[in-house]
Ligand binder design. Structure first.
Ligand SMILES: Nc1ncnc2c1ncn2[C@@H]1O[C@H](COP(=O)(O)OP(=O)(O)O)[C@@H](O)[C@H]1O
Ligand SMILES: [Mg+2]
Length: 359
């Protein structure tokens, strides 16, 4: 086992590890079997149950209420942000709040325009179409999507070669909700067709404590406030991770005690599962290690870092990096990633005079 193997609770969106085909079936069941049902039971069902993200909630609430009052379908919504912050949950909430159904698919599953045409032609008026990882949609499908989003109409090509004809097809008004971990990778024309873009931010510890207490209540776990804060502060600002850590801490408390989760149990479990006091896991520390021990602190390109830790560049870029940047451990420059003084110290090393950062 390589020492950078990802701990279970810090896996990126499981979707990034499966093939595009599996991915289609997995859009909804994105967690491991067994844990999947739990993850679903923990999803907030309505906007008022959704913890944190006050700005997104307020803006979205306006968009949805406005549409409801006018009796129209809401504008298309783009949700962007790192994995595990609640994009899929929010898409489900939008459908729930509008009292309509949600159809789910993902960018990688829409390889041909025909795949999208099939989805679109099955929509009912007012449906929410959720496209996860929309930045990975294939070009022909993307072009069809432009017209569908703007005019609620598509051209279906029938036949091949010189005899091919295009048949216009009306689509009932629907709301597209796109989710992406890489808003920057969306093409301009696609981005422009969304009426509202919500940028999901990492959660603060207070909100995550709330997430942990809520999940503990649903799972029937007794937990101290101190323990909830401990789990919250090591969850990389991410509700999905908070929920996973809670489950691992519960396992630990059941095996080593009476199942009640106190601070000692939380700390013990987090140590066993290699989550350090900043919430960094083995992969995060491997990235910092490669940057500092392998390359003197950088600058290093993301591909080089990914090879050094044996991961896909996209995992390093979409999962590790955003949090390491936000934690003040690495900074990005045109020439590559640079370790800050904080990162050197976090690995127990003395930063060179030239290292960036104040601390
Ligand atoms: N605001 C929130 N409040 C409570 N739980 C949340 C919140 N956002 C996300 N979660 C939890 O985190 C898990 C992951 O959320 P999800 O919507 O799948 O994230 P994303 O699609 O952005 O990767 C969900 O199962 C849900 O239980
Ligand atoms: Mg998701």
């Amino acid at each position: 086992m390589s020492d950078v193997e990802r701990t279970e609770f810090n896996l990126p969106d499981e979707a990034t590890r499966t093939s595009p085909l599996q991915r289609n079936e997995n859009v909804e069941s994105e967690a491991h079997t067994g844990e999947h049902d739990i993850e679903r039971s923990l999803r907030p069902k309505g906007l008022d149950e959704f913890i944190g993200q006050p700005k997104v909630k307020e803006q979205l609430s306006l968009v949805l209420t406005g549409a409801r009052n006018r009796g129209v379908t809401p504008d298309h919504v783009l949700l962007s942000g790192p994995p595990g912050l609640g994009k899929t949950t929010m898409a489900m909430i939008i459908a729930q709040e509008m009292g309509t159904s949600l159809r789910m698919t993902s960018g990688p599953a829409l390889e041909r325009a025909g795949d999208l045409a099939a989805m679109l032609s099955n929509l009912m008026e007012g449906d929410v179409l959720f496209i996860d990882e929309i930045h990975r949609i294939a070009r022909p499908a993307e072009e069809m999507l432009y017209m569908a989003m703007e005019d609620f109409r598509i051209d279906v090509i029938v036949g091949k070669g010189p005899g091919a004809t295009s048949i216009p097809l009306e689509i009932p008004p629907f709301t597209l909700v796109g989710a992406t971990t890489r808003a920057g990778m969306l093409t301009g024309p696609l981005r422009d067709r969304f009426g509202f873009t919500a940028q999901m931010e990492y959660y603060n510890t207070d909100d995550l404590e709330h997430v942990v207490t809520r999940a503990a209540r649903i799972l029937g776990v007794e937990i101290d406030k101190e323990a909830a804060i401990e789990i919250a502060s090591r969850s990389r600002g991410t509700p999905r991770i908070a929920n996973r850590l809670l489950r691992r801490v519960r396992d630990f408390a059941e095996v080593n005690g009476d199942g009640r989760v106190n601070l000692v149990a939380a700390q013990g479990a987090l140590e066993v599962f290699d989550v350090d006091d900043k919430g960094l896991d083995r992969l995060d520390r491997a990235v910092l290690g490669a940057l500092i021990k392998g390359h003197g602190g950088g600058p290093v390109g993301v591909n080089t870092l990914a090879i050094a830790v044996g991961e896909e560049p996209s995992t390093v870029e979409e999962v590790c990096e955003p949090y390491l940047v936000r934690a003040g451990m690495i900074s990005r420059s045109a020439r590559g990633r640079i370790a800050t003084r904080l990162a050197w110290k976090h690995l127990g090393m003395t930063p060179p005079e030239t290292a960036a950062g104040l601390f």
